[in-house]
Ligand binder design. Sequence first.
Ligand SMILES: *Cc1c(COP(=O)(O)O)cnc(C)c1O
Length: 246
Amino acid sequence: MDIGFPLTVDAIRNNIQRVHENIDKAARRVGRSIDEVKLVVVTKTHPVETVRMAIEAGAKYLGENYAEEGVEKKTLLSDQTGIEWHMIGHIQSRKARMIAEHYDFVHSLDSVKLANRLSNFSIEINRTIPVLLECNVSGEESKFGFPIWEENGWESVIPEIEKIISLPGILISGLMTMAPYFDDGELARPIFKKLKRFQAYLIRKFPKTDWHELSMGMSGDYEAAVQEGATIIRVGQAILGYRKYC
Ligand SMILES: *Cc1c(COP(=O)(O)O)cnc(C)c1O
């Protein structure tokens, strides 16, 4: 990734444009359309000035990992309209109220406990919060999410998912995963295929629930993800340059 510094609105716009072109190419190769893929620009760790530039460059969906950090930026950018704030990082249950109040979409719902709290707080403020169930597809210990790496163990997560479906304050709309880091994004492809198969499994088990969203693919592997059916990709570094930490 050759990202020019200092970061300017034009540089960000060019990077977004390039990612769009790559999504388009990847989608066409498998008979999909770029219109089926939403681009979340991951702004975690970037200062609010950078986020403002990203919005000016055309970013509509912003992804944040830390509850407070996102809320702080959202508050400072309250003059901006039409922006959706997506929580993509692990959520501690004590942050559930903040998430229910401030975020438009949650990618990282990973437990019944968190689901209960999000549902309760959402009901309190009269909303239904859309969520994705985060899945740990690779089995890496550092990853959060429902453990689905063993296909013959899928049955065992069904009771938890059943409970989450029954909660009135949250609305499931699909699944999310994070592939392990590989130098070659192609190597993440089996992870995306497995999440797609798990989606098909859930559609059979719970046909009345909406499972259509698949949030998968990041800077290094989003093209493979798009080819494997991603409807949402979460891209940070390919648009905003390297982060100091993450
Ligand atoms: C940081 C992060 C991303 C974006 O990663 P990049 O390599 O910067 O594209 C996507 N998803 C999650 C959950 C993240 O934490």
